[in-house]
Design a protein around this ligand. Structure first.
Ligand code: ATP
Length: 266
C-alpha cells in the first residue's frame, strides 16, 4: 500500500465569486509528518488563501485537503493557526489566553490540575512564564506572538499553520522568535506550514520552500529542498555556501522568473 502523506493538499483551486478567474489553480502539495514547509510568493498570489483552505476557514472550489487520513471540511483544533496580528483576548491574562484554548480542546482528556500543568508547560515552552499574569496590552508585540504560538501548541495540533507570524516585528525580535520556533520544532517534531514573504526566514526555518507563481491562477512554480542540517545557527549559516545557494535560488524565482506583478517588464 502506498504511504499516505500526513498533510495532503490535492489539486486545490479557489475562486472567489461565481465567474471569477481562480486565485489558486491546481495546488498539489504533500507534507510529511514533522516537516517544516514554507510557502512564499508575491503579495496577493494566494498564500493566505491556501493556508485558510488548510485551516478549514475557506472552502476550496475544487480539490481538497486531507490531514492524517481525515478530510478537512471546517476549522478544528488539529490545525492551529497563528496570524500576523495576534488574536489574543485582551481581557484575559497570558495564562488565561492559553488556558482557555486548553480547556476548549483538552477538557475531555485532561483533569483540571493537568490542564493547569499543561498551560504552565506551554507558557514555559515560549519563555513567557514570567509574564503569565499580564494582559496583552501590557506586553510587547513579540511577547504577544509568543503567547499566540504557545496557545496554538497547547492545543496539540497535528499541524501548526503560521501566517506570517513574525511579519509585524522588528528585525531583532523576529530573529529571536525564529530561533525559538526552530527550537520548538526540534523539540516537539511539529508539522508546520508557514506563509512568509521573507526569503532568509524561509531558508533558515524550512525543510522545503514552496514557491507560488503570481496570481491569478497561481500554481506551484517550484519546490526547493533546503537540505541544511539541523540544528541551524543563523550566524554560521550566513557564510554557508548551501545557505547562500538556497537563498539565491528563491530570490531568482521571485525576482527574475516571477517578478512582482507590474514590475516584470521594468
Ligand atoms: N474573501 C475574498 N473575496 C474576494 N477576493 C479575495 C478574498 N480573499 C482574498 N481575495 C483575493 O485573492 C487574492 C489572494 O489573496 P491572499 O490574501 O491569499 O494573498 P497573499 O499571497 O496571502 O497576499 P499577501 O502576501 O499580501 O498577504 C488577492 O487577489 C485577494 O484580493
Amino acid at each position: 500500500m502506498a504511504m499516505q502523506p500526513f498533510l495532503d493538499i490535492s489539486d486545490v483551486t479557489v475562486a472567489f465569486g461565481r465567474s471569477r478567474v481562480p486565485v489558486l489553480n491546481g495546488i498539489d502539495l504533500k507534507v510529511a509528518r514533522g516537516e517544516y514547509v514554507s510557502v512564499i510568493g508575491h503579495s496577493g498570489c494566494g498564500k493566505s488563501t491556501l493556508l485558510n483552505v488548510v485551516a478549514g476557514l475557506l472552502p476550496a472550489s475544487g480539490g481538497g485537503v486531507v490531514l492524517d487520513g481525515k478530510e478537512v471540511s471546517d476549522p478544528g483544533p488539529d490545525r492551529a493557526v497563528v496570524f500576523q496580528n495576534h488574536s489574543l483576548l485582551p481581557w484575559l491574562t497570558c495564562y488565561e489566553n492559553i488556558r482557555l484554548a486548553v480547556d476548549q480542546t483538552l477538557s475531555k482528556s485532561l483533569s483540571r490540575a493537568e490542564r493547569h500543568e499543561w498551560t504552565m508547560e506551554n507558557l514555559a515552552l515560549v519563555r513567557m512564564t514570567h509574564a503569565k499574569d499580564r494582559r496583552p496590552n501590557e506586553i510587547s508585540g513579540g511577547m504577544k506572538q509568543r503567547i499566540g504560538i504557545g496557545r496554538a501548541l497547547a492545543m496539540k495540533p497535528k499541524v501548526l499553520l503560521l501566517d506570517e507570524p513574525f511579519g509585524a516585528l522588528d528585525a531583532l525580535t523576529r530573529a529571536h522568535l525564529q530561533d525559538q520556533v526552530m527550537a520548538i520544532h526540534a523539540e516537539l517534531g511539529t508539522t508546520v506550514m508557514m506563509i512568509t514573504h521573507d526569503v532568509d526566514e524561509a531558508v533558515l526555518l524550512s525543510d522545503r520552500i514552496v514557491m507560488l507563481t503570481n496570481g491569478p491562477n497561481a500554481r506551484i512554480g517550484e519546490i526547493l529542498e533546503v537540505g541544511l542540517a539541523r540544528p541551524r545557527d543563523r550566524l554560521a549559516l550566513v557564510a554557508d555556501p548551501r545557505f547562500i545557494a538556497a537563498r539565491a535560488a528563491v530570490l531568482e524565482f521571485l525576482h527574475h522568473r516571477h517578478a512582482a506583478p507590474g514590475l516584470a517588464a521594468a
